[in-house]
Design a protein around this ligand. Structure first.
Ligand SMILES: Nc1nc2c(c(=O)[nH]1)N[C@H]1C(S)=C(S)[C@@H](COP(=O)(O)O)O[C@H]1N2
Ligand SMILES: [Mo]
Length: 258
């Protein structure tokens, strides 16, 4: 599609040049400042006192040239692919997710944000806090909670989104119920095992927390979450940018702002 568009453009340009060439050559052939025959300012359109130019011809060309170059640099990865894909800032350019149930776009891999195997190993715990109570769950205890399903995409503000993925996990409302909160689930502060980085925690509004499609997911498309998609547990919420879908979650605090 990209290349098709480019050929139409190039074709149109060639036709344009072919038609204009004789006139252009005549104009260039004349001496500078001399009006072309028949183009004297009969209509009075030329300013009698033109303001000083604010940018030289070279400056203008340079600006357009640099702008075009910048566009080329950020789009070449998407058009050419292969190694260049990593440079496509405006398109998916993360790790190749590979095939299988976890084979969809990854934003940041576990390794790239410093998730250690020990952070998400047997010592991992899910802590749920709220309403003055606190519950700690092992991975197996977490799996014993009622399971629900939700088909939702990941839509990243970097300019990509996945088709719907089939997630399963526990509803955020059920987790709130664990600490004794009713159906009026409040907002929730979600924290990842990830240390630092602006994506390591997020606040979900009460509306997001109450949505029955909002899950703390442990499976996707029938398989256990891969590390890069947030194993052991990640948030998945409808209708919000991907950045709200915190991966490697370890603590949920209901009723906390941040
Ligand atoms: N802990 C943590 N969660 C995170 C991120 C992150 O960097 N760290 N990236 C977020 C962003 S920006 C997006 S788009 C989604 C991408 O999820 P995916 O990599 O499973 O597709 O995860 C979100 N969750
Ligand atoms: Mo994102």
């Amino acid at each position: 599609m990209h290349f098709y568009g480019a050929w139409v453009f190039i074709g149109a340009f060639v036709v344009h040049v072919a038609f204009r060439l004789p006139k252009a050559l005549r104009a260039v052939g004349r001496r500078r400042g001399e009006p072309a025959p028949g183009t004297e300012d009969a209509a009075g359109l030329v300013s009698p006192r033109p303001a000083a130019p604010t940018i030289s011809r070279r400056g203008a060309l340079g600006m357009v040239g640099l702008g075009s170059l910048a566009l080329l640099v950020v789009t070449v990865g998407q058009s050419v692919g292969g190694w260049f894909r990593q440079t496509a800032l405006l398109a998916p350019h993360g790790q190749d997710p590979g095939p299988g149930p976890n084979g969809f776009q990854i934003n940041k891999t576990a390794a790239s944000v410093g998730i250690r195997p020990s952070d998400i190993g047997p010592a991992w715990r899910l802590t749920v806090r709220g309403g003055g109570r606190q519950v700690g769950l092992t991975y197996d205890q977490r799996l014993a909670l009622p399971e629900n399903e939700s088909s939702l995409p990941i839509a990243c503000v970097e300019g990509w989104s996945t088709p719907d993925q089939h997630w399963s996990g526990v509803r955020l409302t059920e987790l709130a119920a664990l600490v004794g909160l009713g159906t009026d689930t409040p907002q929730v502060f979600v924290e990842s095992v990830q240390r630092g980085g602006s994506f390591s925690s997020v606040v979900l509004s009460d509306i997001q927390a109450r949505d029955t499609r909002s899950l703390l997911a442990v499976r996707v498309n029938g398989a256990v979450l891969s590390r890069d998609h947030g194993y052991p547990a990640r948030v998945i919420v409808p209708g919000v940018p991907g950045v709200h879908n915190t991966k490697w979650v370890t603590r949920l605090t209901f009723g906390q702002q941040a």
